[in-house]
Design a protein around this ligand. Structure first.
Ligand SMILES: Cc1cc2nc3c(=O)[nH]c(=O)nc-3n(C[C@H](O)[C@H](O)[C@H](O)COP(=O)(O)O)c2cc1C
Length: 195
């Protein structure tokens, strides 16, 4: 965790082409509402799945969430700020995270800005939360996730619990978003905790 007195906490949210675009939107909304400085990247296939699942492009969501357009980076632009280890971050989350992006990062390959930003977080020891959504996982997926976990990433699968008695799909989404915020060290009231 950075310890810069008086500075707003700064997070990067990346959305890839796995199913579950709504998880990414919910995390972006929660971070923006908590007063953090939010930066975002969406992959080409993340954009495709976002439109498929929410009927809106990412840019439209960014506007409704109040995220500054200049803090949304082109996934193909490897010269954007998150590509550098000198870009200060309190943490990053890739949500949802495709097996393609997991595989690229586990191999150390920077196929786009999201992979580069994830690998930078690992080398700089910034908290990195990966939210895979695949079913079932192949042995290759499991090995890749193990590699990333050993390198310091948190693998937080998009598998909501039911002990908090969810009544709506939003309750299920909020549970995962809340678990992500827990890992980023941000207080929230997204779900009722087990007592
Ligand atoms: C509608 C749709 C749903 C998909 N869902 C998943 C998924 O749940 N998990 C996954 O790993 N890939 C999924 N894919 C495949 C990825 O989009 C594909 O592997 C792509 O190369 C990911 O690229 P990215 O990692 O750069 O976003 C889906 C693709 C489409 C079109």
């Amino acid at each position: 965790m950075r310890e810069i007195v008086g500075e707003m906490r700064k997070y990067l949210v990346c959305v890839t082409g796995a199913s579950g675009a709504v998880y990414g939107i919910r995390v972006l909304r929660a971070l923006a509402e908590s007063g953090c400085e939010v930066h975002a990247i969406i992959s080409r296939w993340g954009e495709r799945v976002m439109v498929e699942e929410t009927s809106r492009p990412f840019a439209a969501w960014v506007d409704t969430l109040g995220i500054a357009r200049e803090r949304v980076y082109d996934a193909e632009d490897l010269s954007a700020p998150p590509a550098s280890g000198s870009f200060p971050l309190d943490g990053a989350v890739i949500v949802p995270c495709s097996m393609n992006s997991i595989g690229a990062m586990a191999s150390g390959i920077c196929g786009n800005l999201i992979h580069r930003a994830g690998l930078v977080c690992l080398k700089e020891n910034h908290p990195l939360v990966l939210v895979p959504r695949e079913c079932p996982f192949s042995l290759i997926d499991l090995k890749n996730m193990t590699t990333l976990a050993l390198a310091g990433a948190v693998i937080l699968s998009a598998s909501p619990a039911f002990y908090h008695k969810p009544k709506t799909v939003d309750d299920l989404i909020d549970f995962i978003a809340g678990k992500i915020l827990d890992r980023l060290g941000i207080e929230h009231g997204l779900f009722k905790r087990w007592e």
